[in-house]
Design a protein around this ligand. Structure first.
Ligand SMILES: [Zn+2]
Length: 318
């Protein structure tokens, strides 16, 4: 099912979405990772800059053109045709990595075994929870351990952290409204992610409930220029904050389904030419291409909500 046909509201079972899109692709498109928040570079764009399209034959200097925008991935484009050429190259780059790399699929010790080893549950508790899970034919083991065996949720989350070799992140104060300019609502919903906070202006803590999504984390690093530290958040706390965040105000977003890469290139180019952003960037997140446009030069790691605009495109079967 195409991702964009989903209803905006969260439905039961929507987490399986993450699984559906969790294709193996770690490392895809690493070359495009920005070295710093690239928007600042754009702000300093020289008047003597030439068109960023390597195939451009105009030789126009920025100085001679009234077109000061649009900027795409740090480079000024002298004409719509040059914008299209650069967007096309970026789409090709993003799609090339699709499904090629191997997922970080380390062997994971089963959760029950982790908890048993730590002495957090008894063999009897584990057996009963596994039986209950089998009879019900649904629910994760952790859920049954909490619900049926009275094991604390905190212990289950700590065990999941050991299983994934990742930290358990605290959720004491969560500024949902302040964080919405970082990640489109669609990704927060579909991939079960929760931006927690930005530390020291360069580190984004990203929380998950049961399993990490390294693909999303890498895409966010490339888009925001922030280093992303992923971790787990205790279930109940996570679900409350996640629901609150989904109700917060997000930057403007356009959702499109393109029948082909060429159609996606056309849609992105059209948006860039219309918005004339001070900077824009394209990354892939699972089966979506995400274009972000900054209307004005960025001054900090957290853009203002009204200064960014997203366009998310799912590419259909070709
Ligand atoms: Zn050009």
């Amino acid at each position: 099912m195409p991702i964009l046909s989903r209803k905006p509201a969260r439905e039961p079972g929507s987490r399986s979405f993450a699984a559906a899109f969790a294709e193996p692709e770690i490392g895809a498109g690493r070359a495009a990772r920005p070295t710093a928040p690239g928007v600042r570079e754009a702000a300093r764009a020289s008047l003597f800059e030439t068109c960023a399209n390597p195939g451009c034959g105009s030789g126009w200097l920025h100085l001679w053109r009234s077109r000061t925008a649009p900027v795409f991935e740090g480079g000024w484009n002298c004409s719509p045709a040059c914008t299209a050429a650069r967007v096309e190259a970026a789409v090709r780059r993003e799609m090339e990595g699709r499904g090629s790399a191997v997922e970080n699929h380390r062997h994971r010790i089963p959760l029950g075994l982790v908890m048993l080893e730590q002495g957090w549950i008894t063999a009897g508790q584990l057996r009963q929870a596994l039986d209950a899970q089998k009879v019900a034919g649904a629910g994760r083991l952790g859920h049954w351990l909490v619900r049926q065996q009275g094991v604390s949720e905190n212990l289950v989350t700590r065990a999941l952290g050991l299983q994934w070799s990742c930290p358990v992140l605290p959720l004491e104060f969560h500024d949902a409204e302040g964080l919405t300019p970082l990640v489109p609502r669609l990704f927060i919903d579909a991939f079960g992610a929760l931006p927690l906070r930005v530390a020291a202006g360069k580190l984004l803590y990203l929380g998950f409930e049961e399993r990490l999504d390294p693909v999303l984390a890498l895409s966010l690093e490339r888009m925001t220029g922030l280093r992303v530290e992923s971790g787990l958040v205790e279930g109940t706390l996570f679900r409350l904050a996640h629901a609150r965040m989904l109700n917060a105000g997000f930057p403007a977003v356009g959702l499109i389904e393109a029948g082909s890469e060429q159609a996606a290139v056309h849609a992105f180019t059209k948006s860039i030419e219309r918005a004339r952003p001070a900077e824009s960037r394209l990354v892939r997140v699972h089966d979506c291409l995400w274009l972000r446009m900054w209307r004005r030069a960025q001054t900090g790691p957290l853009p203002e909500r009204d200064s960014v605009e997203d366009l998310i495109c799912s590419i259909g079967a070709q």
